[in-house]
Design a protein around this ligand. Structure first.
Ligand SMILES: [Zn+2]
Length: 274
């Protein structure tokens, strides 16, 4: 990508109707760059929405968040199969409407150790990548850094798995890293360390094709509780924006605060002021 793009998580709240067509008008008014389509419960999109996204995919950046019911480490085969299917469907639909990348919460440990879970996730991602290759679908597939210690996907795991597959890169959810560690990962130096590691351990292409999530977040000893707006939370989005600038990060940053476009705009304006 040629710059850092600022995306809302879903259709902006102030859109006259909850439609992509109206949502894009809000993005235009604010000078935002695109949005992440939220497949919360299933990979469903109406023909009208699909057409709007296809028609606008040259002028905006679109990404997608796969449904939440995904666990590549599930103990029942039918749940694993359904998880793989949801990721593949998200990749297919998003590729069809001209999207840039998809993100998902890959797995829960369910009592397994980190190594066993890693190997299971890797095995399932290999299946996913080979199916995408067969279909010539080249969209980025991104497991996300997760918000709870019970969920697979700390920074080490996400970096390591990204090195296993050409088509896999991280989605770094900075609010999740902050919440998962009960308050760490929130200073300029921490953000720089994360970007430095991604640039050296995966390669500079990972910083030129970055996908970040950020939001205010409530957390405790067990990690993530729920998202908050920036002004209600301690998420240090200003230093994060500074770190993006220092590393000349390109790609997308999706803001997941409940006020959607308000915080996305605050983040973009702060970044542009640097
Ligand atoms: Zn997510």
């Amino acid at each position: 990508m040629d710059k850092l793009n600022f995306l809302t998580a879903g259709i902006p709240a102030s859109a006259k109707k909850s439609s992509y067509e109206e949502g894009l008008k809000v993005l235009d008014e604010l000078g935002l760059d695109g949005l992440e389509v939220e497949f919360v419960r299933g990979v469903r999109i109406s023909d009208v929405s699909r057409e709007v996204l296809i028609k606008n995919s040259k002028d905006y950046v679109f990404t997608a968040h796969a449904p939440f019911f995904i666990n590549l480490n599930a103990k029942e085969q039918d749940k694993v199969d359904a998880s793989i299917r949801r990721i593949l469907e998200t990749a297919e639909v998003t590729n069809d409407f001209g999207g840039y990348s998809i993100v998902f919460h890959a797995a829960y440990y369910l009592g397994d150790d980190k190594e066993k879970t890693y190997n299971t996730v890797k095995e399932k991602l290999a299946l996913i990548c080979s199916q995408l290759e067969e279909k010539n679908n080249k969209i980025w597939i991104r497991p996300e850094t997760t918000g709870k210690a019970t969920q697979w996907g700390d920074l080490d795991e996400i970096i390591k798995i990204s090195n296993e597959f050409a088509q896999v890169l991280p989605c770094v959810d900075f609010a999740h890293l902050h919440a998962r560690s009960n308050g760490e990962f929130n200073a300029y130096d921490d953000f720089c360390m994360i970007l430095e590691r991604i640039g050296t351990e995966i390669g500079s292409y990972a910083l030129n094709n970055f996908h970040a999530h950020v939001a205010g977040i409530a957390y405790g000893a067990k990690g993530e509780k729920h998202h908050l707006n920036f002004e209600e939370a301690d998420m240090n989005y200003k230093d994060l924006a500074r770190a993006f600038k220092s590393f000349d990060v390109k790609g997308v940053v999706v803001c997941e605060s409940p006020n959607i476009e308000v915080d996305t705009n605050i983040l973009k304006e702060y970044y542009n002021s640097l």
